[in-house]
Each structure stands twice: as structure tokens, then as C-alpha cells.
Design a binder for this molecule. Structure first.
Ligand code: ZN
Length: 676
């Protein structure tokens, strides 16, 4: 196809021109070209790192074509695009496996290891990672096993994509038509306005409510009608399962069984005892027992706190609580105790103000400025582009932001790489990030208004973006978040969340939508006091997910089958303080581990949270904006990307190994000695 906009290997993607019909030919072209270059490379005898640079260029070209497709499929899906995506995903996976199992390339790296500059830590890291990844891709297996391993990777990619799509379809398909005012009592005005417009569009009276995450959370938190909360709870926790309103229509249950079985088989082929061991081969944690001990230790410390919180909540409600009562009564108790409703703060956090203030935090800490550009093509009118520059280097990269929920957009919030930094012969480019959230869209006459929780989410994703943007590493495979162990990748994001909680940042990020006045300090103090409100319950919930994920993959035994519900109930009995009803099929919605890359790695959130809280405690002692501490954090953590060992980098910054205590304190869960 002439002038295929996806075949654009430099500059920003041509979002204005990309159509589903461009996907397949662009993928075919880039893969054919990549294969030719890989074959040529495999015949060369490497003498310098330039040999490996060619591989960096090849991989980057594939990312240039496939990256925008993955991104568009997540933020602006359509049946045509999804079909093109599904058609090409196996081709991309197949190429990835082929590359990772290429014996000539593997031999090349073995040879290169002997001739590379021993003083270049980065070049040595490049080779160490490459050799490790070849091993994990089964390069050393005999032909039969290697083919089997490749087939498994292929099947897994398909199964995981189907898992995600089932979940998206089940979520999008649900609607609830409410006719009577009492049924929607308590719901926020802007949600009701949207629901009323949706009803009108369908020529209905009343309100038409969807099941997107903001609506689900609003119903759970605010709906006075227990029936509506229960209805939504059931719809949410039975999505893509054999239960609930869409029972069996998009059931992910059998996919889970297949995914676990294939992951186990693939890990065994490589000589690991379990997928959990395989997962840890690329992480900071070294052994399954280390992860389990870490999580169990946190659980022991948190469960009594969570139980106490649940007792208080039950006493406050004056009756036994059901899972669909938790968020509702938590919000009531929070209001009662702190006289502070989540939604009450929304007018103080108009999105434009928050964005501006957040950029100021980045500028103050790291001397980076963000400037909007209006001449950059995006995929949707809601999406915007910002140049990122520093005073010494000028423009160093850019970021696309796309912040509002809409149909055909994947839920949640994330940062992804649009362009990965490179400074190599034949490949010079600055990093560009995608920052995506699902906040309430603006109303007809007012901007999007955020809860403080939304503000924290935005800071989180921006922290990832800074990691991607402030990298100083020249090799794409080690720059930004690349090559960083999964259990450390949440360090910069969770670290940056802390800045959404600082009193000195508040006047920067808040300004009442009508008066422009910042959040009054007494309201902020109350908000800050509320930070640890029900933190024990939140902690045990995260530990439940992390332990479920890790044990499921660690203890999988093909003779016994998957035992998903057994493992989950065992974990819940140990960690949770409230057990869900029998129809709960949470596992069918757990896309982090069955659709995405967090398998036997969900614990990473907590692991990195420990690192983040500990890193921030250095700022707490030296000053939140202390220039030297910020420069050191930027140098050791943000700039280094995956170019060095994370534990070394952390220890260099902190002056010692990581400690659990800052996180326990931050969560209001005191260390042992202080538990009365
Ligand atoms: Zn994150």
C-alpha cells in the first residue's frame, strides 16, 4: 500500500491517518524487513557492540509499527481495528519468539561478551540481559521442545488477548435502566446528567447507567439504594464468568485453566519448577519463598488493623455489612469522621488546574517543563500533546495525555511508550509517553472535576512517564522502564504519588472551579488525616490479590488442575476480613494476571511500594523539594532505567538497603513494637 502511515519510522505516529486497513500490510512489511536484517546479522561475526545496535534498530522498527496499533486498540477500539489487531498479534508474537530463540543471535551475544569493553557497565548489562532473555525463551532447548515452547508462547498470547476482550465486551454490554428517582438517590449530579443523556439518546425516560469503572465506583460509594449497589456489585464481580447477568456469554473461566496449564508447561520446559520461579528470573526478588514471606509478613501486621477497621465500620452502620455495603458505609463514616466527602472535593480539583500544578512539581523537582502543542495529530479530540524540555538540554521528549472515560476505551489508567529513547548510530530519537486515564469527562459547562483519589492516580501515571522521559540511556532495550524489573517498575510512580499529598503542593494543584480558591488548609488537614482511613482494609485487599496470584502460579500442579477457587478461598480465609458471596468470580476479571503482564508478579505493587515509601522518606527528612536529594534520585533511579541492578541503584540513592517501616508508617500500620 502506498504511503502507509504506519510505515513511518521516525517522528510521532501519524494518528490522523492511521486506519485499520493499514495494520496488516504495515506489519507484514516491517516483519519481512526485520527477518531479512536478522538473518544478515546472524551471519556476521560480532567484534564490537555495533553488532548489537543493529538488533536495537530492528526491534525499534517493529515497535514503531505495532506500538500505535496496540495503543489505538486500547483507547479507540472498533470492530475493524480489533479484527486487524487479532489478525496481526500472532504474527508479532511469532516474530518475538523467533528472535528470542534465534541460535545465531544467541551465539553472537556469547561471542560479543568476550570482546565488549569490560569497563562499560551499560554494554555489559545489555549483554547480560540478552543472554538471560535467550535462556528464558528456550534457546538452549532441543528442536522439538523449542518448537513446543514457541507454540505455547503463541497460544498464550491469544488466550490472554481473548481474556481481555471478553472482559471488555462483558463490561460494555451491561446497562441498567433506572426509572424511579429513589433508585438513583445519592448518585453524583454529573453521573446522573450523563445517564440521563444516555437514556435520551436511546429514547428512554429516566437514566441509563453503564458499567464503566467511574460509574461502578460511584454506585458503590454513593447509591443509597442497597438493591442498586448489590445489582452493580454482582454485575461487576461476575463479568466474563459463568455467573451474573451475562452468565456464560463471555466466560473467562476455562481460559484461566488453559492459561495456567500452558504457563506451567512452558516454565517446566525451561527447567523451572513453576511459573512463579520463571517470573522471578527477571525480577528483583530472587526466590518464591522470599515473595511469600514478604507478603505473609505484611499480612500478619495488617490483618488485625483491617479487622479493627471493619468492626468500626460495622458498628457505625449498625448492622452486619455485605461486600456491596463497604464502600458506601466507608464513605459515610469518612464524612462523619472527617466531614469530608470524596465528591465534595471535586470542585477544588478541576483537571486543568491539577495538570498545571503537577507539571510545576516536576519542574521544581527535576527542572523539566511541559508545554502544550496544538500542531500534533492525536487519535481523539480529548487527547493532547506536550513537549518536555529542560533548561540545559532544550526539548528532551514529549507526552500524549488522554484522560477521560469513553466507550471503546479500556478501563483503568496507564502509561505506555510511544517512542523509546535511543542515541545510537542510525537511531536517534527522544522519548514520548502515552498517559491514559479514565476520569469523568467534562460537563457541558465545566471542566472535568477530579476526586483527590483521581489526582493521586494522575500523579502515579505521571511518575511512570517521568521514568520514561528522564532516562539518559542510549540503548532502547535499557532506557526508561525497559530492562527494569517488574517489581521495581512501580517505584517512580508510587514515589511521585506522595507529592499529591504535600501541603505545599496543594495551592498548585487545587483551585475551586467557581472561585479559583485553593483547597482550604483545614480541609486539607482533614484530607491528610483521612489518608490512612481504612488503610488496613485496603492493604489486606491488595495482599489477597498478590497472594492469590503468586500461590496460584507457585503451587500449580497439572495432576490436580487449577483449583482457582480453592486457592482463592484459602488466601481469603488467611488474609481477608470479609468473605464474598458464592457468586463472586473475581478471578474472571483479574486481567492484570490473566490478560496483562503481572502473572506471578502482582506482588510487585507492594514490593515497589516499600521501595517508593522508603525513597520518599529520604525527601521527608531532607526536604520535599531538596535539590540534592532530587538530583540524586533522578541520577540513580530515573536516569539509569534498566542499565544497572535495581538493588544497587536503590542502595546508592538511600545509602542502605530498603526498609519496610516507611510504608507501614505511611499506611498507619505501626511496626511491631508500636502495636498495642
Ligand atoms: Zn503503575
Amino acid at each position: 500500500m502506498l504511503n502507509n502511515p504506519l510505515e513511518k519510522y521516525s517522528g510521532l505516529p501519524a494518528f490522523e491517518a492511521i486506519r485499520p486497513e493499514h495494520v496488516e500490510p504495515a506489519v507484514a512489511t516491517v516483519l519481512a524487513d526485520a527477518r531479512e536484517r536478522v538473518a544478515k546479522l546472524g551471519n556476521e561475526e560480532p567484534t564490537t557492540v555495533d553488532w548489537a545496535v543493529e538488533l536495537e534498530r530492528i526491534t525499534d522498527a517493529v515497535h514503531r509499527v505495532w506500538g500505535p496499533v496496540v495503543h489505538l486498540n486500547a483507547v479507540l477500539s472498533s470492530p475493524e481495528l480489533r479484527a486487524a489487531y487479532n489478525e496481526c498479534l500472532p504474527l508479532i508474537t511469532e516474530f518475538g519468539t523467533e528472535l528470542a530463540q534465534n541460535r545465531e543471535l544467541h551465539a553472537g551475544f556469547v561471542a560479543l561478551e568476550k570482546c565488549v569493553d569490560p569497563d562499560s557497565a551499560i554494554e555489559r548489562q545489555l549483554i547480560t540481559h540478552a543472554l538471560r532473555d535467550f535462556r528464558l525463551a528456550g534457546v538452549a532447548l532441543d528442536d522439538d521442545k523449542r518448537r513446543r515452547f514457541a507454540d505455547l508462547a503463541q497460544e498464550l498470547a491469544q488466550l490472554q488477548a481473548t481474556f481481555e476482550q471478553n472482559l471488555m465486551d462483558a463490561t460494555d454490554d451491561f446497562q441498567h435502566h433506572a426509572m424511579d428517582k429513589p433508585e438513583v438517590a445519592g448518585l453524583p449530579k454529573d453521573l446522573l446528567e450523563r445517564a440521563r443523556r444516555a437514556a435520551e439518546d436511546n429514547e428512554l425516560d429516566g437514566w441509563l447507567l453503564a458499567l464503566d469503572p467511574p460509574t461502578y465506583i460511584s454506585v458503590q460509594t454513593h447509591a443509597e439504594s442497597e438493591d442498586l449497589r448489590r445489582l452493580y456489585y454482582e454485575a461487576w464481580v461476575t463479568r466474563a464468568s459463568d455467573q451474573g447477568p451475562h452468565a456464560d456469554r463471555w466466560d473467562n473461566g476455562s481460559l484461566i485453566d488453559q492459561i495456567l496449564e500452558l504457563r506451567h508447561e512452558a516454565s517446566r520446559l525451561l527447567g523451572f519448577n513453576s511459573y512463579a520461579e520463571f517470573s522471578l528470573a527477571t525480577k528483583m526478588a530472587s526466590m518464591p519463598s522470599e515473595v511469600l514471606k514478604f507478603l505473609e509478613n505484611l499480612a500478619v501486621k495488617s490483618k488485625p488493623v483491617a479487622q479493627r477497621e471493619l468492626d468500626e465500620l460495622t458498628a457505625f452502620a449498625g448492622r452486619e455489612l455485605k461486600p456491596w455495603d463497604l464502600a458506601y458505609f466507608a464513605e459515610r463514616l469518612k464524612q462523619d469522621r472527617f466531614a469530608l466527602a470524596d465528591d465534595e472535593l471535586r470542585p477544588y480539583f478541576p483537571l486543568p488546574r491539577v495538570l498545571e500544578g503537577m507539571f510545576r512539581v516536576a519542574e521544581t523537582l527535576f527542572d523539566v517543563r511541559l508545554t502544550e502543542r496544538h500542531d500534533v495529530a492525536t487519535w481523539h479530540p480529548d487527547a493532547r500533546f506536550f513537549d518536555v524540555d529542560t533548561s540545559d538540554a532544550g526539548v528532551i521528549g514529549g507526552v500524549f495525555v488522554d484522560l477521560y472515560a469513553r466507550p471503546n476505551k479500556r478501563g483503568g489508567a496507564w502509561m505506555d511508550e510511544c517512542i523509546i529513547r535511543a542515541n545510537l548510530a542510525g537511531l536517534e530519537q527522544q522519548p514520548v509517553a502515552y498517559l491514559v486515564c479514565n476520569f469523568n469527562p467534562p460537563g457541558e459547562s465545566q471542566p472535568s472535576l477530579l476526586t483527590h483519589n483521581d489526582v493521586v492516580t494522575l500523579f502515579h501515571e505521571f511518575g511512570h512517564s517521568l521514568h520514561h522521559l528522564l532516562t539518559e540511556i542510549d540503548f532502547p532495550s535499557l532506557s526508561g522502564i525497559n530492562g527494569v524489573p517488574w517489581d521495581a517498575v512501580e517505584l517512580p510512580s508510587q514515589f511521585f504519588e506522595n507529592y499529591a499529598w504535600l501541603p505545599e503542593v496543594l495551592p498548585w494543584i487545587s483551585g475551586h472551579v467557581d472561585t479559583g480558591k485553593p483547597l482550604p488548609s483545614e480541609k486539607f488537614e482533614t484530607l491528610n488525616d483521612s489518608r490512612t482511613f481504612l488503610a488496613g482494609l485496603a492493604m489486606v485487599r491488595q495482599l489477597e490479590l498478590a497472594l492469590f496470584d503468586f500461590r496460584l502460579h507457585d503451587s500449580y500442579d497439572p495432576d490436580e488442575g487449577t483449583r482457582v477457587e480453592d486457592v482463592l478461598s484459602a488466601v481469603r480465609n488467611e488474609v481477608a476480613v470479609m468473605l464474598p458471596p458464592a457468586f463472586n468470580r473475581f478471578s474472571c476479571t483479574f486481567s492484570h494476571i490473566f490478560g496483562g503482564g503481572y502473572a506471578a508478579g502482582y506482588y510487585s505493587y507492594k514490593w515497589a511500594e516499600v521501595l517508593a515509601a522508603d525513597a520518599f522518606s529520604a525527601f521527608a527528612s531532607n526536604g520535599s523539594f531538596d535539590a540534592e536529594t532530587a538530583a540524586s534520585f533522578r541520577r540513580s533511579i530515573l536516569a539509569a532505567g534498566g542499565s544497572r541492578d535495581t538493588m544497587d541503584a536503590f542502595t546508592e540513592f538511600r545509602g542502605r538497603a530498603p526498609s519496610l517501616e516507611p510504608l507501614l508508617r505511611q499506611s498507619g500500620i505501626a511496626p511491631d513494637s508500636e502495636v498495642a
